[in-house]
Design a protein around this ligand. Structure first.
Ligand SMILES: [Zn+2]
Length: 103
């Protein structure tokens, strides 16, 4: 039988980032609150401190990708276009979550 302690860490950070639109070449500054999550587990309850630290580190490391995603899905303030790559990733993630049984 496999048992483990699981750790989920969430971190949020307010960031100011440049938004550059590939469609209209417009740019703007955006104030964004970005949320990152990290997950780790300690199998058979071994290394629980390390797993907690790993989850926290992973949450912090997830922030740049979350910023890119948030900006891409927010849309351009000039022409309204969203980043097609971020839209595609979001759709894939939604599909994967549905396939995994989460609504
Ligand atoms: Zn634009």
């Amino acid at each position: 039988m496999y048992v483990a302690n699981t750790y989920l860490a969430t971190t949020a950070e307010a960031m100011r980032a440049s938004y550059d639109c590939e469609r209209c070449q417009g740019s703007a500054l955006a104030d964004v609150t970005v949320v990152g999550q990290g997950y780790a587990e300690a199998p058979f309850f071994i290394g629980q401190k390390a797993a907690a630290a790993h989850a926290a580190k992973a949450a912090t490391e997830a922030l740049p990708a979350a910023l890119e995603r948030t900006l891409g899905l927010a849309g351009c303030p000039h022409c309204g276009a969203c980043d097609p790559e971020q839209v595609k990733k979001a759709k894939l993630d939604a599909g994967l979550h549905r396939a995994g049984g989460n609504p």
